[in-house]
Every structure is written in structure tokens, then in C-alpha cells.
Write a protein that binds this ligand. Structure first.
Ligand code: TPP
Ligand code: SF4
Length: 248
């Protein structure tokens, strides 16, 4: 019998705790498949965030470290500088990366730290009950914006990939989505390119992945995928914002 599918070696056997329809699980799997394909599992160190993916250290079958809210890029910087031969990545939500950890991500990117960040943008704080995040769309409801986000009071949703790609130390930045199989395949390619950028010692790399939070969006899993496609992609366009070729 030919095996056509299986669990990546870079994931543990632990059952994930994510809500039905949450795409964090798909993104974990893509990162794990990339680790397997690049053969780097045994030399990879991941840094887990605070947020729904806080338990990522239980799911990835590589060395993992936990960081306080938003501080993953700073922790990853320390690890990579002490152990430059390791592959170091952070996995962070938008509350973690674009709110509490704004300074950390901007300065790690600006310093050109040779780390990779997987930035999961679901436009809301998932774990703590659906507060507005810096990435919450205008008009989108959140527990702290019951009438929808209002630019007058809360400013505009931050486009992290565009913002960071202006920094010289950045080698690779792309925004992808996981709302259907075609985009999942593209997302994996971008994640692989980000890790390859690090393996080539080229500088900071980040992949922003548009993700769902059916629980806090108040939608079914299928409605959430549709909502992502129809509402998030127009504001957060997909594509590569900076590639290693541009910095060579
Ligand atoms: C130092 C610290 N500050 C605040 C919190 C509370 N907290 C935990 S998870 C979270 C929200 C994270 O949201 P996000 O990064 O968007 O990830 P998601 O849950 O949506 O995947 C907050 C505010 C915490 N645990 N630790
Ligand atoms: S609260 Fe949202 S982000 Fe968190 S696991 Fe559930 S669906 Fe996913």
C-alpha cells in the first residue's frame, strides 16, 4: 500500500485544542511540513506567543521556548545570536505581534535579525474573548467595539506586512491566506521561502497568514472562511512585499 498522507514528523501526536473551523491548525501543519521537507526539525527552535497558539510548544515536535506577550521576536533574537546555526522562528497572533509586541517586531525586523516570523492575522484577540486588535477591520464588531471599529476613536487597521517591508533589514515578507486549498498551497510555498531565506543567512523574514476566528467573529466555520475571503483580502492584499532578490 502506498501512503498518500500522514502526520508531519514535525508535529507531536498531541490533539490540538483549537475551536472547530479555526485555521491555526492548518498553519501549524504547513510550518511542520516545511520543517520536514527542509530536514531542519532537529535544529529548529520555535518561540510560542501568548494567545490561542500559546500551546504551540506542545504541538511542534522541535525545541520550543515560550515568550511573554509580544516579546517573541526579542527572545528569538537572543536565541539566534547565541546559536546562529539553529533555525529560529516565532509564531504570533495579531494581538501579540501588532499590539503588545509592536516595538519588538519592528526593531527585530529593522535589525535584520536572521529569524522567521509566522504572523497569524485573524483580525481579533482570540484567546481573551474577542477584543479589538490593531488589525480589526473598520466596522468590524469586537467586545471592545460593540458598534464596530470606528477610525475616529481607534484609528485604522494596521497593514503589518506593508509597514515592515519598508525596513532595510527585511529580506522576505509575504501575505497569504488559508481559506481554500489553492491558497493553502501558496501559503506553504511562502512559509518555505521564509525559512529558506533564513537558511541562506539573508535577514529577517515574515509570512503574514490571514486566519479565521469563527468563535469570536460569531460565524460558523464555513461562514468564517467566506468572511475572510470577502472582507479581509480586499483590505489585506495577498502577495510578496519584499523578496531576497530585491535586497541582493
Ligand atoms: C503579559 C500578558 N499580557 C496580556 C495577556 C492576556 N492575553 C492572553 S492571550 C491575549 C490575546 C492574544 O490575541 P492574539 O495575539 O490576536 O492571538 P489569538 O488568540 O487571536 O490567536 C491576551 C491579551 C497575557 N496572557 N500576558
Ligand atoms: S478563539 Fe478564535 S483563534 Fe482562538 S482557537 Fe477559537 S477560533 Fe481559533
Amino acid at each position: 500500500m502506498i501512503k498518500v498522507a500522514g502526520r508531519p514528523e514535525s508535529l507531536t501526536d498531541k490533539q490540538m485544542h483549537y475551536c472547530p473551523g479555526c485555521t491555526h491548525g492548518i498553519i501549524h501543519r504547513l510550518v511542520a511540513e516545511v520543517m520536514d521537507e527542509l530536514g531542519i526539525r532537529e535544529k529548529t527552535i520555535g518561540v510560542a506567543p501568548v494567545g490561542c497558539s500559546v500551546l504551540a510548544y506542545e504541538y511542534f515536535n522541535c525545541d520550543m521556548h515560550e515568550a511573554a506577550h509580544g516579546r517573541a521576536p526579542a527572545v528569538a533574537t537572543g536565541i539566534k545570536r547565541v546559536l546562529p546555526d539553529k533555525v529560529v522562528f516565532t509564531y504570533q497572533g495579531d494581538g501579540d505581534l501588532a499590539s503588545i509586541g509592536t516595538a519588538e517586531i519592528v526593531h527585530a525586523a529593522n535589525r535584520g535579525e536572521k529569524i522567521t516570523t509566522i504572523f497569524v492575522n485573524n483580525a481579533i484577540y482570540g484567546m481573551t474573548g474577542g477584543q479589538m486588535a490593531p488589525t480589526t477591520l473598520l466596522g468590524q464588531k469586537a467586545t471592545t467595539a460593540p458598534y464596530g471599529r470606528d477610525a475616529e476613536k481607534a484609528g485604522y487597521p494596521i497593514r503589518v506586512s506593508e509597514m515592515l517591508s519598508t525596513l532595510t533589514g527585511v529580506a522576505y515578507i509575504a501575505r497569504v491566506s488559508v481559506h481554500n486549498p489553492q491558497h493553502i498551497r501558496k501559503a506553504k510555498k511562502a512559509i518555505k521561502k521564509a525559512f529558506e531565506t533564513q537558511l541562506e543567512g539573508k535577514g529577517f523574514s515574515l509570512v503574514e497568514v490571514l486566519s479565521t476566528c469563527p468563535t469570536n467573529w460569531g460565524l460558523t466555520p464555513i461562514e468564517a472562511l467566506k468572511w475572510l475571503e470577502e472582507n479581509m483580502i480586499p483590505y489585506y492584499p495577498l502577495g510578496e512585499f519584499k523578496t531576497p532578490e530585491e535586497v541582493e
